[in-house]
Ligand binder design. Structure first.
Ligand code: ATP
Ligand code: MG
Length: 443
């Protein structure tokens, strides 16, 4: 008999079916044995009635995580047992036969408990099977699809950036050194920045997604050492505000797509609908600092950057006063931004750069980039970088790049904030941090 997916069982009421999947929960009640079964499409309750001696015999050792092929009859549940809010809450599978496809050891944690972060990560191949984790990564998948969908519609071309690089692009973020062939040093990229820019000379509008590496010893709830960056870069911009429009549109599309395609996942985390206007509200860094001073008394007006508590305050302000869960802060000082960032001639010392803050944290950095060859070389020198080392990248500029700008967005932080979870590591399948690469480094 052909396999029926669990989500489709309701259509087979009164019929015999075969399902394949895992045991989620086992409950023994006198002579009845109940199971919740799980496959890629959902869950259903099954029961072995007392007269099914053969099935009882096979089932006697079966525990959570055993993989089974189950033959059974789909029955309507008596009215009093219907659980209307649950998938398959109105039916039950009367088990007629069980074939064991794989046995499983007893789980090292209680599957319905609230697990702490260490346990979640220590047993990652198993904890990922839980409802909560499945919901996180299903929602993340929708975010990825929506990101691609929006930019595809805007005429962007996706490309694959290399991850092994000859030098440090940002000159700021910590970088992992690796040993390349013949003893040559090489590095793991911290951002696809330079390649995106070169690619604007090819396709004008490009985006790329994938892992980037930061060799920083952070112990925060928002930093990973390997993250997934969603980057885009677009040519023929007038200035950074064109990029701000594009990222507003992208994030709004992601928010709306989640509300449509990840309804259950959002409901699981009980998050409020995201307020994402067509163009996100924005203010200059200096204006934001003045606002903080005026409203809270905290004077950060001479600081070159926002502290985490400032970012949280600004997001609460936007949520309460600007009908937006996103706020864009522009014009960070030249000293704080990478060499490829365009200065604003109308605001000396400040750049045509911005960060997007979402529910208390920076999720995006972007800017208009320097596209003139001579100016770029000057900017590199002023940051203490050797243009010789960038000759490959500079070739693109020497031979004409259009005015352009773009952004980098962290997928894990975005997922975390959309779902209202606590730590970016929970929104990462297999996080790399100061303590672990899968297992603890100290082991
Ligand atoms: P932060 O100041 O929060 O450390 P950053 O300014 O160094 O971040 P960028 O280099 O601007 O980060 O990277 C662009 C985006 O990539 C960030 O806005 C964030 O969403 C994400 N990101 C950067 N570094 C990390 C990291 N270590 N862990 C998780 N996400 C990150
Ligand atoms: Mg940044």
């Amino acid at each position: 008999m052909e396999r029926t997916y669990i989500k489709d069982l309701g259509k087979s009421e009164g019929q015999e079916v075969v399902i394949k999947g895992w045991v989620d929960v086992r409950r023994d009640q006198g002579k009845l044995v109940f199971f919740d079964f799980r496959d890629m499409s959902g869950k259903v309750q099954g029961v072995i009635l007392p007269n099914q001696t053969e099935a009882h015999e096979v089932a006697k050792d079966v525990r959570p995580e055993w993989v089974l092929e189950v033959r059974g009859k789909v029955n309507k549940r008596p009215e009093k047992n219907v659980q209307a809010d649950k998938q398959n809450g109105d039916i039950e599978l009367e088990i007629l036969g069980i074939k064991v496809l794989a046995s499983a050891k007893e789980l090292p944690f209680s599957s319905d408990a609230d697990l702490n972060l260490d346990t979640l990560l220590d047993y990652r191949p198993l904890t990922l099977r839980r409802d909560r984790e499945q919901n996180i990564f299903r929602a993340q998948n929708v975010i990825m699809q929506a990101y691609r969908e929006y930019l595809d519609r805007q005429g962007f071309t996706e490309f694959q950036a290399p991850r092994i690089v000859g030098d440090d692009a940002e000159g700021g973020a910590g970088i992992f050194k690796i040993e390349y062939l013949y003893g040559h040093p090489a590095y793991l990229s911290t951002s696809p920045q330079l390649y995106k820019q070169m690619m604007t000379g090819v396709f004008e509008r490009v985006y790329t997604t994938g892992p980037q590496f930061r060799a920083e010893k952070h112990a925060t709830s928002r930093h990973l050492n390997e993250l997934t960056m969603l980057d885009f870069e677009m040519a023929f911009v007038n200035d950074h505000t064109d990029v701000m429009k594009m990222i507003s549109g992208t994030l709004r599309h992601i928010a709306l797509t989640l509300q449509e395609k990840a309804k259950n996942e959002l409901a699981y985390f009980k998050v409020e609908a995201t307020m994402a206007p067509e163009i996100f509200p924005s203010m200059k860094l200096r204006e934001a600092q003045e606002l903080i001073k005026k409203e809270t008394g905290k004077d950060c007006t001479n600081e070159p950057d926002l502290e985490p508590e400032d970012e949280r305050w600004l997001c609460e302000y936007a949520n309460k006063n600007l009908n937006s869960d996103f706020i864009i802060i522009t014009h960070y000082p030249t000293s704080k931004r990478p060499f490829y960032t365009m200065d604003d001639p109308e605001d000396p010392g400040f750049t045509k750069s911005f960060d997007v803050l979402f529910r208390g944290v920076e999720i995006v950095s972007g800017s208009q980039r320097v596209h003139e060859y001579e100016m770029l070389i000057e900017k590199m020198k002023s940051k203490g970088l050797d243009p010789e080392k960038f000759s490959f990248y500079l070739m693109a500029f020497k031979y004409g790049l259009a005015p352009h700008g773009g952004i980098g967005l962290g997928l894990e932080r975005l997922t975390e904030k959309f779902l209202g979870i606590e730590n970016v590591k929970e929104a990462t399948l297999f996080p790399r941090d100061i303590n672990r690469i899968d297992s603890l480094l100290s082991k």
